[in-house]
Write a protein that binds this ligand. Structure first.
Ligand SMILES: [Zn+2]
Length: 116
């Protein structure tokens, strides 16, 4: 049975099946997209930082640059607080992984490599 009610998204009055809560597909999609955006906000922020770090390393390696002064790397907006994992595999050095890349610091220089 059709009933008259207000759309949960836009508040417009509409007529439809009693279990219908949105006036149209667009309102239903907008509503669920905004819930998902809100739910994923923190994750998206971290993913953005990791993605930027990865792109910085990828770009440097593509220019043949395998190490860089840590301060220069900071100036490129590299964020040392975010990485995908960490280990001490290479000569007892702490290696930080960013997806398929890793880096470690030695004497103020940061060395990068692509994982094998
Ligand atoms: Zn609506």
């Amino acid at each position: 049975m059709d009933t008259n009610r207000n759309c949960k998204r836009c508040g417009e009055r509409f007529v439809g099946r009693s279990d219908k809560i949105f006036c149209c597909d667009s309102c239903r999609n907008d509503y669920h997209n905004s819930l998902r955006r809100e739910r994923n906000k923190g994750m998206n922020r971290v993913n953005g930082i990791l993605s930027r770090n990865r792109e910085i390393i990828r770009s440097l390696l593509s220019k043949g640059i395998e190490s860089i002064d840590a301060r220069e790397l900071s100036m490129l907006a590299f964020d040392f607080d975010h990485f995908t994992s960490v280990d001490k595999r290479i000569l007892g050095r702490t290696c930080y992984h960013i997806y398929e890349y890793y880096y470690y610091s030695a004497n103020g220089e940061v060395h990068f490599s692509l994982k094998e």
